[in-house]
Design a protein around this ligand. Structure first.
Ligand code: FAD
Length: 501
């Protein structure tokens, strides 16, 4: 799939958009940033990682350090590298599609201790905000396909949890996108209207442009507009663990604390060997489900998938925001300069509120990582005052009564942790065979938005493994890994922070 013009992929990596003649910018990628250089990479950090709230809750779960067999098998049919939601779902669909094939999942650390076990627990499909950026980059049809795919992914995740009665604190309810600035509201309205005019589905989105009504509906004091549609929050580790337990019952072999260090050709030209400290495994197929760490193992992805740390902050609301007055929506709060707070209350569980997104403190952290690139895979970062301060400022200013609330021990800004996001150079994931490496496949580069992508991307990859053509995946064409895309991105200039639409 060729982009519309040579700047296409570059614009697709931008994290905000703007209109001519305004200083304001609308955030379109909740967790993105714009690294000046894409060259940095690294393997998962061993030791000293921060512990997310999700991982704290499961400390005695034996899946964390599970090894199905004491010894690493010497051969298998498929090796899946990575046990996040991608690797776990690829294993599920692989076992269903090829029931007699052996599947080995390698995980460098604890089970699901990468981004999936550390994210903000929000499954929110972008239903309009990214439209114009993707339309400029890839054309209207692909842009609509990307947003439709996000909705299909959210539906697939919710359907799986409901059908299988997965105990993962799933909440389904209204998410609200709320611009805090009149100029941002103007850009948002323009994007939304262009999306509707292009044939994008908007009738499930309730919109108010009246600031008084927007503030009433959202409880955000300085709201200038409000866009509402359905999304979810959940405990991502528990969901992934449920799926992995089913995989194990169907015969998968999971080996935690086993880093895939390198890959070489096997005994015949159609085989590959994965090298680990615990020995080598020969196989027919490899699936790279290594997301942020992909380029450490597969050098052709340097400059294409770039790791960066991101912070999630957990807040226990004061009594005045608990019980019947608890926050009962998730949010994307949109600031004037393209920053965003993602707010995800655990409405169906303990009511703790997770704050993520590209908040202004996170932007400062991104700049620090640029200067200190060895920290690009440092998920030991925690409780960064610079990030927490901005969360605090926002809730005190925007949630009426929060500032005056009396906080006792156990309430308030409890803790924060970090995880590593896999930025894609052109803003969208890579699904397909790695060019020049027949038998090696990849599903990675989810650009900080994997919960709204992977439930369809992972089964799509297994369809390709089976020999189906791209159309059978139902995924947007621009997600496909092709030699041309890889070549183009390796020489691409970094994305602009703000794309003019
Ligand atoms: C703080 C934070 C907040 C986020 N919030 C959200 C959100 O609210 N909504 C959303 O949609 N997305 C969010 N994301 C992004 C989302 O979590 C990711 O897109 C998604 O989890 C990626 O899943 P994955 O399985 O591809 O990668 P991961 O979960 O990172 O899994 C990759 C696994 O591969 C392992 N691995 C890597 N290299 C090797 C190797 N060589 N050998 C063996 N194992 C290896 C890693 O240890 C890791 O466990 C957030 C991310 C972070 C960090």
């Amino acid at each position: 799939m060729e982009p519309k013009d040579s700047n296409g992929p570059k614009i697709a990596g931008a994290s905000s958009v703007t209109l001519p003649n305004t200083e304001a910018a609308l955030n379109v990628e909740e967790y993105a940033s714009n690294p000046a250089s894409h060259e940095r990479t690294g393997f998962p950090k061993q030791g000293g990682q921060s512990l997310s709230y999700w991982l704290q809750q499961v400390r005695c779960d034996p899946l964390l350090d599970h090894r199905t067999t004491e010894e690493l098998p010497r051969e298998t049919d498929t090796v899946i590298i990575g046990s996040g939601i991608t690797g776990t779902l690829v294993a599920k669909h692989h076992l269903e599609t090829f029931p007699s094939d052996k599947v080995l999942v390698l995980e460098a650390r604890e089970f699901c201790s990468g981004a999936t076990g550390r994210n903000a627990g929000h499954c929110k499909s972008d239903q309009w905000r990214g439209y114009e950026k993707f339309a400029k980059a890839y054309g209207q049809e692909q842009a609509i396909k990307i947003l439709d795919n996000e909705q299909a992914t959210w539906r697939a995740l919710v359907a799986y949890v409901e059908e299988n009665k997965v105990d993962c604190d799933l909440w389904v309810g209204e998410t609200l996108d709320v611009p805090l600035d009149a100029e941002v509201a103007k850009i948002a309205r323009e994007v939304f209207e262009r999306y509707g005019a292009a044939g994008g589905k908007v009738d499930h989105i309730e919109v108010t442009h009246d600031p008084v009504e927007a503030a009433r509906k959202s409880r955000i004091k300085n709201a200038k507009a409000c866009y509402a549609w359905q999304a979810s929050t959940l405990q991502p580790w528990k969901l992934t663990a449920h799926i992995m337990r089913q995989n194990l019952k169907k015969g998968a072999n999971l080996q935690t604390y086993t880093l895939a260090e390198s890959i070489s050709k096997g005994t015949n030209s159609r085989k590959w060997v994965v090298h680990t400290e615990r020995g080598d495994v020969e196989c027919n197929f490899i699936v790279h489900a290594t997301n942020a760490y992909s380029a450490a193992l597969e050098p052709s992805l340097r400059g294409v998938i770039t790791p960066k740390p991101h912070i999630c902050t957990r807040v226990v609301p004061p009594r005045s925001f608990s019980g019947s007055n608890a926050v009962s929506n998730s949010y994307g709060v949109l600031l004037a300069d393209g920053a965003l707070f993602s707010i995800n209350p655990r409405c169906s569980a303990d009511g703790h509120i997770m704050f993520g997104g590209s908040n202004p403190g996170q932007k400062a952290l991104d700049a620090w990582v640029e200067q200190n690139p060895e920290n690009c895979i440092n998920d030991g970062l925690a409780n960064l005052e610079g990030v927490t301060r901005h969360v605090k400022k926002l809730v005190e200013r925007e949630f009426d009564g929060w500032q005056d609330a009396e906080f006792g021990p156990g309430e308030g800004f409890e803790d924060s942790w970090s995880g590593i996001i896999g930025l894609s150079a052109d803003g969208v994931p890579f699904v397909g065979e790695i060019p020049g490496k027949p038998g090696q496949w990849i599903c990675a580069g989810h650009h900080g938005h994997g919960m709204a992508r992977i439930f369809t991307a992972a089964p799509g990859l297994v369809k390709l493994l089976k020999g189906d053509n791209w159309d059978a995946t139902g995924l947007p064409d621009v997600y496909q890994m092709t030699p041309e895309r890889l070549e183009r991105l390796r020489s691409l200039e970094p994305a602009p922070a703000i794309a003019v639409i």
